[in-house]
Design a protein around this ligand. Structure first.
Ligand SMILES: *[C@@H]1O[C@H](CO)[C@@H](O)[C@H](O)[C@H]1NC(C)=O
Length: 393
């Protein structure tokens, strides 16, 4: 009975119809090589990448843009939207920036996704070859502004998974006016001496998750500036670098606040700071509230726990105004390890605008095998469990 029906014309017709339906829904694929990209690291492949993007962007079917193994030279490029459907970048190769840093010039970005939605990037390595630019800055010569390696602006529903980014001129991964972004399993590295090479920078963005990533850099591993909301950061290995920072805030009189930020299950190794909130002592309506730092391990970290409302790194022309960014509702729970300086916990807040609602629970930070100490100025809150160094709240 079964054999008879499976050889019937109706059976074959059914199979054909299923096949046709499936292929019409199947993701459409484009390979950058078919647009002329060359994996030789020398030929400028910017236009072929843009042509592949434009074809994907126009397609009403979901499209995968495939970048095979090899090294592709890419100049400053904007992958702009809005696009008609979902786009996946599947990258097996490496994208390199031009070796002359003037080439990215003053554009501020190298690879920029602007006004896109439902874009996922899987795999890939990007190398901005920033060392010439850093040397220029260190030498105090006249240098271009510098470029962020990969940026997303005015975009939503973004996945960045498995990317390796090395030697950015400035920030490696930047989000600006984005919503619903997942950054997973990325590896970022630049030398500890490289200036302002933040790992991931978030600004004016909501619903961002960063997880399972390793960041070694010359500035903040992750920095969250004004307008960062609903951000979840977990399983980050940070170091070398300046730690995970909220701020600097108070850059402007009028700025958006930072709220609902969680940093958990992460390890800081030999970083300048662990978890830090920093703001300029300047009149501002900015704020930081509902912040949770928990389940963190500090290994020989300069300032494991720090709030600095008098931030002024160069100690030149510092604003010393009475009002500043309001910092409230900051929880530190289960933070253990070693401090590289005697003061493991420092809350330096302004008398006109004290820090409030700081909660400390189960902290153990030692310095040179002994208990470290804490510093408080205009900081208020509560303590529970064992807290070493002794709380000064
Ligand atoms: C806080 O952010 C998390 C994501 O990190 C989100 O799931 C949660 O809904 C947010 N809470 C509020 C009150 O918005």
């Amino acid at each position: 009975m079964a054999a008879t029906s499976s050889s019937s014309p109706i059976f074959f017709l059914t199979i054909m119809i299923i096949f046709l339906i499936q292929s019409s829904n199947a993701a459409y694929n484009v390979n950058v090589m078919s647009y002329g990209a060359k994996p030789d690291g020398k030929t400028d492949s910017t236009q072929p990448f843009l042509k592949a993007w434009s074809s994907a962007c126009k397609s009403t079917n979901p499209t995968t843009i495939y970048v095979p193994k090899g090294t592709f030279l890419i100049k400053a490029v904007v992958f702009g939207g809005p696009c008609k459907s979902r786009i996946v970048f599947k990258i097996d190769g490496t994208l390199v920036a031009p070796s002359n840093y003037w080439n990215l010039g003053n554009s501020g970005y190298w690879i920029l996704f602007s006004k896109v939605a439902r874009v996922s990037i899987y795999g890939g390595s990007i190398d901005a070859r920033g060392s010439g630019f850093w040397a220029c800055r260190r030498g105090g010569r006249s240098c271009p502004a510098g470029a962020r390696s990969i940026s997303f602006s005015w975009s939503r529903n973004i996945i960045l998974n498995g990317l390796t980014s090395i030697n950015s001129q400035t920030i490696h991964v930047a989000l600006h006016h984005c919503n619903n972004v997942r950054i997973q399993n990325v590896k970022i590295s630049a030398p500890s001496s490289s200036p302002n090479t933040d790992g991931i920078h978030i600004q004016s963005s909501t619903d961002v998750t960063i997880s399972g990533s390793t960041i070694m850099t010359g500035d903040d591993c992750i920095s969250l500036s004004q307008g960062s909301k609903n951000v979840w950061i977990e399983q980050i290995g940070c170091g070398p670098g300046h730690g995970i920072s909220i701020g600097s805030l108070g850059d402007y009189q009028n700025e958006e606040g930072v709220q609902n930020i969680t940093v958990t299950s992460s390890v800081f190794t030999k970083t300048q700071n662990g978890v830090r909130i920093k703001s300029w002592a300047r009149a501002s309506n900015g704020y930081a509230k509902n912040i949770v730092f928990r389940n963190l391990i500090m290994k020989n970290v300069g300032n494991p726990i720090i709030i600095d409302q008098n931030y002024c790194p160069d100690k030149k022309g510092c604003p010393h105004q009475s009002s500043g960014v309001k910092i409230s509702g900051v929880t530190y729970r289960n933070i253990k390890g070693t401090s590289a300086t005697p003061v493991a916990m420092s809350f330096d807040c302004l008398s006109s605008n004290p820090c409030s609602g700081i909660k400390l629970q189960d902290i153990k930070l030692t310095y040179n095998g002994k208990s470290s100490s804490s510093y408080c100025k205009n900081a208020h809150g509560s303590t529970s469990g064992t807290v070493i160094p002794r709380s000064c709240l």
